[in-house]
Design a protein around this ligand. Structure first.
Ligand code: ZN
Length: 92
């Protein structure tokens, strides 16, 4: 398990299982291919839910929401690479 530090200085553990701070971002241009693979590549699978999750997590960008300040950190090059950070608007 690793840790993630947001630009606000908050450190938190990366997710090892289902998490409310981890999201998967999929570019719209990749969505059709992923959906087709879910429908065809894993046809007859005994565990279609796990296979669908694999397609999303292996092809989407891991994205975290800092549990302290709400920044969104998008890791376009995997968790070992830098993240693009987005700060939520105030008063929204
Ligand atoms: Zn933060």
């Amino acid at each position: 398990m690793g840790t993630i530090t947001c630009p606000g200085g908050h450190t938190f553990a990366d997710a090892q299982g289902p998490s409310r701070i981890l999201y998967w971002v999929i570019p719209d241009v990749d969505l059709d291919a992923i959906a087709k693979d879910m429908a065809t590549k894993h046809q007859g699978s005994e565990d279609p839910g796990t296979d669908a999750a694999f397609e999303v997590t292996s092809r989407g960008f891991p994205t975290y929401k800092c549990p302290v300040c709400g920044r969104i950190l998008v890791f376009h090059k995997g968790l070992d690479g830098p993240a693009d950070s987005f700060v939520p608007e105030q008063g929204q």
